[in-house]
Each structure stands twice: as structure tokens, then as C-alpha cells.
Design a binder for this molecule. Structure first.
Ligand SMILES: N[C@@H](CCC(=O)N[C@@H](CS)C(=O)NCC(=O)O)C(=O)O
Length: 214
């Protein structure tokens, strides 16, 4: 099937959002040409009439093309860009592809709602720990523990190379410390974060990760 040219993609996102950065990283990784529209979540940019007319859900990231197509949801945007460009971020093997998707669903249902939400409340809303639902810490630590079990034996979440599974899951894991999580409790996760940041050409978000694989 001929690959559709992805030109003039506009990505709406806030740079403090891991979900938004996932879409940005994949656009860069796949050499997709894009314009970035910075949206300030904290100032309510996603709730303006103008933005709600484009995305009634009122969330970023949002991908938009000049022909009128719009695509919300970080993982859908990543999948589309990777598929359309033929980038090496989706395993060829059908089972590994399903494993990758399994991580994408897990990230959105289990990981992000605990780790990203706790980070937002603690780091951006500046709530005291006692004012944050304790379940978020418990659920987030369980999610980090799940990754730790696998990453004890593997450098990547699926197979032996970078895939969208790693990109989705690293987005908020690399900022887990801002949510009050101690990533040093999860050394294999810590090494994996540094590895994926290096693969994506990112600066290390956690001060201690600048040492890389150790
Ligand atoms: N499942 C969505 C989540 C999107 C989401 O929660 N976006 C947040 C920023 S991370 C947002 O736009 N919040 C603004 C609002 O809800 O008003 C995705 O992965 O794209």
C-alpha cells in the first residue's frame, strides 16, 4: 500500500505533558514535518471555544492536517505516524505487535492515570501529599514494579529494540520523581529510562539518570 505523504501536520500540545511529548518525539523520530502549537494547560487553552471547535474533548495532544482531518489520543497519533512513515517502531512480528499494543493500553489504563495524575497534582497543582489520594502512589508503584519485573531481563519492553511501547511508557516514567515516586527503588526501570531517553536523543529528565546505564 503506498504510504500517504504526511506533510503540514500541526501538533497541538503542552510541553509539560508526557502524552503530548510522545506525539512530538515520534514526529521527530520519523522525520515527519510538523508545526507545534504550544498550548498552556494551566491557563485553560484546551477549553477555549476555538480549540473545542477542533477537538470537542478539550484535550491535547491533537494532530491536525490541512485537509480537515484531526486525530486526538497520543497513542493513536504515534501509531499513525509510525505506520505511515514505515518507521522501525512497530514490530513486524504479529505477536510482538500485539504485545506492543498491550503495553499501549496498559499505559493509558493503569500507568498514566496513577503516575501522570500524581505528578500533576504534586508538581503543578502543588498539593500536599496528605491531600493527594494515597491510591495514586500505591497504583503508581505497582505499575513501576510491573515494568521492573520485565526489564530485569530485557532492555526493551517488546523484543530487543525500541518500539512505541517504550515511547508510551517512558513519557511519564521519566518524570515519576516529580510525582513523588522514588525511581531508585526500580533500578532496571531507571536504566531503561536512560536507555530510551538516549535512543530518542532526549536530555535525561531525572538528575541521577545522566549517568546512563550503570
Ligand atoms: N488519553 C489521552 C489523554 C489526553 C489528556 O489527558 N490530555 C491532558 C493533558 S496530558 C489535557 O489535555 N487536559 C486538559 C483538560 O482535560 O482540560 C491521550 O493519551 O492523548
Amino acid at each position: 500500500m503506498p504510504k500517504r505523504e504526511i506533510s503540514q501536520l500541526t501538533l497541538y500540545g503542552d510541553s509539560i505533558s508526557g502524552n503530548c511529548l510522545k506525539a512530538l518525539w515520534v514526529a521527530k523520530y520519523t522525520n515527519t514535518s510538523y508545526d507545534w502549537v504550544e498550548m498552556d494547560l494551566l491557563k485553560g487553552d484546551t477549553q477555549t471555544e476555538e480549540f473545542l471547535a477542533i477537538n470537542p474533548v478539550g484535550q491535547v495532544p491533537l494532530a491536525r492536517w490541512p485537509d480537515g482531518r484531526v486525530l486526538p489520543q497520543s497513542n493513536a497519533i504515534m501509531l499513525y505516524l509510525a505506520e505511515q512513515t514505515g518507521a522501525d517502531l512497530i514490530p513486524d512480528d504479529a505477536f510482538q505487535r500485539a504485545q506492543m499494543q498491550s503495553w499501549l493500553f496498559w499505559e493509558q489504563y493503569t500507568h498514566e492515570p496513577a503516575i501522570a495524575v500524581r505528578r500533576f497534582k504534586k508538581h503543578y497543582l502543588k498539593l500536599a501529599d496528605e491531600d493527594i489520594d494515597p491510591e495514586l502512589m500505591a497504583k503508581g508503584r505497582r505499575a513501576l514494579g510491573t515494568m521492573e519485573m520485565l526489564l530485569n531481563y530485557s532492555d526493551y519492553l517488546v523484543g530487543d529494540k525500541l518500539s512505541l511501547a517504550d515511547i508510551a511508557c517512558v513519557a511519564y516514567t521519566r518524570w515519576a520523581h516529580e510525582g513523588g515516586f522514588d525511581i531508585n527503588e526500580f533500578p532496571a526501570v531507571r536504566r531503561w529510562v536512560a536507555r530510551i531517553e538516549t535512543d530518542l536523543g532526549l536530555e535525561h529528565a531525572h538528575p541521577e539518570l545522566s549517568h546512563g546505564d550503570d
